[in-house]
Design a protein around this ligand. Sequence first.
Ligand code: ADP
Ligand code: YYY
Length: 223
Amino acid sequence: MESHIIPVITIDGPSASGKGTVAQMVAQKLAYHYLDSGALYRLVALVAIRSNTDCANESDIADIASHLNATFDGSSILLNGEDVSDAIRSEQCSKLASIIAGQPAVRAALLQRQCAFRQSPGLVTDGRDMGSAVFPDASLKIFLTASAEERARRRYKQLIEKGINANMQSILQDIYERDTRDSNRDISPLKQQVDTKLLDTTFLSIEEAVNEVLRLHNAACKN
Ligand SMILES: Nc1ncnc2c1ncn2[C@@H]1O[C@H](COP(=O)(O)OP(=O)(O)O)[C@@H](O)[C@H]1O
Ligand SMILES: Nc1ccn([C@H]2C[C@H](O)[C@@H](COP(=O)(O)OP(=O)(O)O)O2)c(=O)n1
């Protein structure tokens, strides 16, 4: 199948809105591939931290992005063969990922890698600019959100369940800071586009959110 006719469902939105959870479940239901684009920015951040690279040096960070040796293996994310699925979720990585994501050379270096996930029979992807920049011809574009307080509660519960120490106040602070940084940068800011359907999950269960995406997908397929 030619790449541009392979269906893509994009799920963009702010931190801890449930993008990854919903996108993975929708992908599973449809037997589509899944791309966690945020993980790529997090991997670049992790390599920068480990190699003591100055995050203000855009060309060095872009170089890391171009040479990432990353593999997505089910729910595990491998960097040079090492499972870094939890390491990339640290507060330090989250913050740095959001900072380096504002660098145009870094976004350019990750673009082709993301496009390559568009494989038959289809792709579900989540991030900030999936519908606006990476897959502008997607068959369905969703803007998934929830109130900042609900997102902080979800992130807190998620971290505690993983046995990671967490503080509600600092999570809420991080969410406000990243929302502001991700939405106000010059390149590919997080923003609901006119061709995107808003899905506010503040009062929805995961199952209800997944079913709504599937309903919208079925409706889009009929058009
Ligand atoms: N609609 C929902 N209701 C309750 N919890 C949710 C909902 N959607 C996601 N979650 C939970 O919130 C946490 C953050 O979700 P995640 O998918 O990691 O968000 P994101 O990818 O947007 O950062 C997860 O523990 C997930 O199970
Ligand atoms: N398509 C994307 C995905 C993530 N980013 C940046 C902005 C985010 O703050 C970081 C981390 O993204 P990620 O989706 O993993 O973060 P959350 O799970 O939503 O907390 O990367 C981006 O700029 N563009």
